[in-house]
Design a protein around this ligand. Structure first.
Ligand SMILES: C[S@@+](CC[C@H](N)C(=O)[O-])C[C@H]1O[C@@H](n2cnc3c(N)ncnc32)[C@H](O)[C@@H]1O
Length: 376
């Protein structure tokens, strides 16, 4: 797999995270290359220029523009970690580059804003609303993405909150969108996010920041999982890939003396899970980790792990993340501990689970989903 990004700003060795031995995908796309060439050829930058980068997947933009000490905002811990690794591998100084979470925006204004179009439209909306507080009439705003990811709604959002858009020609199936700031616009800083709903059959109010899985209502898979949670009392329970944390929340209710751990690689997911747990159980303590699954967990510290794995990471479909979560769960479970997993029937997780744990029982199934139990 090609790992050398060759752009006018220089040549950079880039890798994706999570690291995979036989990686088939590059750590950048044609939209990154197009955007970097355009910035080099058409945008006058000085060492004083303040640059904001949104949603850089693995650090291609931050690496190429590192000399300007950009501020980069992302909702993904893995993206930020990949950016740090890539800066380090290319011996680029990283101490003046700020990598902020999607909920942590700087107070200053910017000369240039580069937006990689995220997969979730709601995240883009949240970002363009927040963006209005950090731009001036002179800020240059360029969005970039692969043509297939640029729905009509992407253009509509940029026009609604910022100003008129102009498309570039498409190059290698990528396109840039130039956004002209409408200085007469009414700043619309009202955000529909986070979104709240009441968890069905309970009094719990569920907060969902913009990039959270199934943010408008309970997902049908999660609903099925909630009907089949383990009842046996456990000491330490992990909600792995917790999203808004409803699974850990309901486990906390039925396991009053358990310690619950919430883990997700999305900052917005963990912020939502934290708010939800604190709102439901004001005097109960839980722990929250923005991380790549259980990487930082001690071996054999949990006796129950529940997981509704992601089946895509940033447009990449496959079982890899799920399998890596199952392996992590095997290490982190104590002997006799349980991993409970829900998955789409066609994903065939039971084959991976059986291979890793040597056992796998089907607890429940419907037309679409299966719930499996494995014991270490
Ligand atoms: C299918 S959603 C499940 C959310 C929630 N548990 C539910 O059932 O409604 C999968 C979650 O895994 C998270 N995720 C993806 N990759 C991850 C990783 N490497 N480490 C931790 N969480 C991850 C996603 O952000 C997402 O919130």
């Amino acid at each position: 797999m090609e790992t050398l990004l060759n752009v006018p700003q220089g040549r950079f060795q880039l890798q994706r995270l999570p690291y995979r031995k036989h990686e088939k995908l590059k750590a950048w796309d044609a939209a990154d290359e197009y955007l970097l060439s355009h910035v080099y050829e058409q945008v006058n930058l000085t060492t004083e220029s303040q640059i904001l980068i949104l949603n850089d997947k693995f650090g291609a933009l931050v690496s190429a523009l590192h000399a300007f000490n950009p501020i980069a905002i992302s909702d993904s811990w893995l993206s930020q970690q990949a950016t740090r690794t890539n800066l380090e591998n290319n011996k680029l100084p990283s101490h003046d580059i700020e990598l902020n979470s999607s909920l942590d925006w700087p107070g200053q204004s910017f000369d240039l804003v580069l937006i990689k179009i995220p997969k979730t439209l709601a995240l883009l909306e949240d970002q363009v609303i927040r963006l209005q507080a950090v731009i001036t009439d002179n800020t240059i705003i360029i969005a970039a993405g692969m043509v297939k990811a640029m729905s009509a709604n992407v253009w509509k959002l940029l026009e609604k909150y910022i100003g008129q858009t102009k498309p570039s020609l498409a190059k290698k199936k990528a396109r840039l969108i130039f956004v002209e700031i409408d200085s007469s616009r009414q700043k619309d800083l009202f955000s529909p996010y986070p979104i709240y709903y009441q968890l069905e059959g309970t009094a719990y109010r569920i907060c969902n920041h913009a990039n959270v899985f199934s943010r408008d209502s309970l997902d049908i898979g999660t609903r099925f999982l909630l009907q089949h949670l383990p009842l046996k009392q456990s000491r330490a329970i992990v909600d792995l890939g917790c999203g808004n944390g409803v699974v850990g929340l309901m486990l906390a209710e039925s396991h009053p003396s358990s310690q619950v751990y919430f883990v997700d690689e999305s900052y917005m997911a963990i912020a939502s899970a934290k708010e939800n747990f604190k709102h439901a159980f004001p005097s109960r303590f839980a722990e929250y980790f923005v991380a790549d699954g259980l990487t930082h967990f001690k071996a054999e510290m949990a006796d129950l792990i529940v997981c509704n794995p992601p089946f895509h990471q940033q447009n990449t479909v496959g079982n890899q993340i799920a399998v890596s979560m199952f392996k992590q769960a095997h290490r982190v479970l104590q002997k006799g501990g349980e991993l409970r997993v829900i998955g789409n029937r066609h994903l065939g997780y039971h084959l991976d689970l059986k291979r890793l744990f040597g056992n796998c029982i089907e607890i429940a199934a419907n037309k679409k989903f299966v719930i499996w139990q494995v014991i270490k």
